[in-house]
Design a protein. Sequence first.
Length: 233
Amino acid sequence: MALFIRWRKEPLMPVALLLASLGLWAFLGISDELGERETHQWDEKILLSMREPSDLAEPIGPDWLEESGRDLTALGGFTILTGLTLASIGIAVLLRRPRIAVVIAVAITSGMALVQWLKSGYDRPRPDLISHGTVVSNASFPSGHSTMSAVVWLTLGLLLARTQPSRAMRIYLISLSVLITLLVGMSRVYLGVHWPTDVLAGWALGAAWALGSWVIAVWWDRRSAALGDVVGN
């Protein structure tokens, strides 16, 4: 009964838990299929469809599109995400929201550690059909840029949206974070540095991590508020 009452106050919590579970299920499903030749053929087909047939070293489209791909992929890079994370933690501290600062720090650092552990465990080689459009230095699965862009941008978008009274603003913030996450992942395939399944798995895992972090933040706020009421009484 207590759980039902809490869910009435935060009706999106069960939805978030369901989506997080589906994300983990999708990640495990994709990782389980890595050895299947059918999946690899699908990866190759999509990757090659984004290259010039006469010169596989060149992605399709004009030069400015390739440059835009590099700009977009930087939004999921270590430097940008680290800076964004530190700035967000600083803002939360200045606004006297220490719980939010802790959730951001733990969610993102643990997500980063998980990605590195998974990469070393699966140790999937990068695509070797074409030349890479940007520098890469580690294993391919899951896509670190795709996973961490989902972890960072979605976590921050969800937490920030929860502070907004306007429904339109909440929808806008979450939609923007989703759009950035999708563009980062697509840029990785377009630049030839990841298989499509690397990106799909990264999106699924990162989204599940972000949703789980949001649920923890909501639960912590509710618990702290309940304890405050008890102490006040």
